[in-house]
Design a protein around this ligand. Structure first.
Ligand code: ATP
Ligand code: MG
Length: 466
């Protein structure tokens, strides 16, 4: 578990909390228990010793040694401890254990009684030869001096130790339980994060199909869902890019192959008549034009994808724009014996990019010419409806089957691959039209009956009349 990881932090926090609680509770609790035990002892012992001192004082004062010995020995037997009588200098005058006669014994308790003015004083000590003992000193009124009661409190101290040990044991168990809980808790908490990290790593290595399981509720669930959504979008984007690149390569390959075989013919047939040679080379020239056209279309599309295609909007007359495009395409229609009818409302003005709008008109009218047999009719119309300019191109050409209609605006989509290749189509024209119209805040629609003809409609926001 690396330091700094969430698991480690949770564990450390748990341990700190537990230790602080333990330290606080155990000191408070032992203080409370020991206070309870001492106080009872102190009260009892002090009372007994004080009472005994009252009886012993006159005996000590009158130097009735025999009486003193008798009463102390009896009391010592009853109390279950050792009794000593000290004179005002702290010298032992009598000891029920008869060991310290004549020695000076000045413990804190004795001092407080002899010179501190207290009638009774109590304290607990640990000595090397006696172990844990309690001293209770009481003043012998009248003759001066003190009565000292020494009692073995080993048992009491042991029980206090027992309490401490019990507490430690209980808290150790609690700490172990808390650590276990922290481990489990942190595992549950970090597992989804770890899984997500692994998934992101695999995605970083290039596998865009990986997803994380969406489980549970709350933040983790939302995180997993957001991640999966993002991954799906990336995957779709990646797929469409790949598709685009492969389609584009394919499209570029066709004119290149054609050019190569044309040039090979010219190259390996030195005896080729001049006329044929010129014809071949003009074919090559046409293929180059086509290649340039495709590359330009591809550039336009990628620029639009990158958001780099800018619209240089200016007030312009849409009517004039359409007329100009018609003028340029008319020879193409005439060559095929097609009727190109125009019905253009005067002076429809909009805010737009003239070059890009011309490209829209050009692509749609050119399609109508391309996909209408010789001698057909193409009607181009421009109308205003409220705040909208409506441009329509209607032809009575081959039409588009219903199942292909939803796809004609897709990149590289061609209804009849063989036929459109013949006519030089790449399937990019309508994709570009759609994007350019969208950039102008308009929309483009198609209606068609297979074998009867098609109508393409562009609706653009226009300036109000007047
Ligand atoms: N007026 C129309 N009549 C019938 N089919 C059409 C018409 N316009 C477009 N289509 C169909 O829609 C397809 C896509 O048109 P689009 O203009 O995008 O491509 P293209 O004309 O084949 O090639 P490009 O315009 O890139 O040179 C065409 O290949 C054709 O099958
Ligand atoms: Mg086209």
């Amino acid at each position: 578990m690396p330091a700094g990881s969430i698991r480690w932090r949770i564990l450390a926090s748990f341990l700190v909390i537990i230790s602080v609680i333990f330290a606080l509770t155990s000191t408070r609790l032992t203080e409370y228990v020991s206070g309870f035990l001492y106080e009872q002892r102190i009260r009892q012992d002090s009372l007994s010793v004080e009472r005994l001192a009252d009886t012993a004082a006159p005996l000590f004062a009158s130097a009735d040694e025999e009486g003193l010995r008798e009463s102390l020995l009896r009391a010592g037997g009853e109390l279950g401890g050792r009794l000593l009588v000290l004179d005002r200098d702290g010298k032992v005058q009598f000891d029920t254990w008869a060991r310290l006669m004549g020695t000076r014994l000045v413990t804190g308790e004795v001092q407080r009684v002899l010179s501190g003015g207290e009638t009774v004083s109590y304290g607990i000590h640990h000595t090397a030869d006696e172990g844990w003992v309690a001293y209770c000193a009481a003043a012998l009124t009248g003759g001066g001096g003190a009565l000292l009661y020494v009692r073995d409190v080993a048992e009491m101290m042991a029980s206090l130790d027992g309490v401490r040990r019990d507490l430690t044991a209980v808290f150790s168990l609690a700490a172990i339980a808390a650590v276990a809980a922290a481990l489990i808790f942190s595992h549950v908490l970090t597992r989804p994060i770890n899984r997500l990290t692994q998934t992101i790593r695999r995605m970083g290595e290039g596998d865009l199909s990986v997803r994380v399981p969406v489980k549970g509720s709350g933040e983790m669930r939302r995180l997993a869902e957001s991640y999966n959504t993002m991954a799906a979008q990336l995957e779709a984007l990646d797929r469409s890019r790949n598709q685009f690149v492969s389609d584009a390569s394919h499209e570029l390959k066709t004119p290149l192959t054609a050019m190569k075989s044309l040039l090979e013919d010219v190259l390996y047939q030195p005896s080729m008549p001049e006329e044929t040679r010129t014809e071949f080379l003009s074919d090559v020239d046409r293929e180059i034009d086509r290649l340039t056209g495709i590359i330009n279309d591809l550039l336009t599309l990628t620029r639009m994808d990158n958001g780099r295609l800018e619209i240089h909007a200016e007030p312009l007359s849409l009517s004039e724009g359409v007329q100009e495009t018609l003028h340029m395409l008319r020879p193409q229609a005439e060559k095929r014996g097609q009727k190109l009818l125009a019905d253009i409302d005067e002076d429809i003005r909009i805010q737009g990019d003239p070059n890009k709008l011309s490209q829209v008109f050009w692509n749609l009218i050119e399609n109508a010419i391309k996909y209408t047999p010789d001698g057909g009719t193409i009607e181009v119309r421009l109308r205003r409806r409220g705040n909208e300019a409506i441009f329509t191109v209607r032809d009575n050409g081959v039409g588009i089957p219903e199942e292909d209609l939803p796809h004609v605006f897709e990149r590289f989509y061609r209804v009849d691959k063989a036929r459109s290749r013949e006519t030089g189509g790449t399937g990019l024209g309508l994709a570009i039209v759609k994007q350019l119209v969208n950039l102008h805040g308009g929309e483009v629609k198609v209606a068609s009956v297979h074998g009867e003809g098609s109508v393409f409609t562009v609706i653009l926001p226009a300036e109000a009349e007047g």
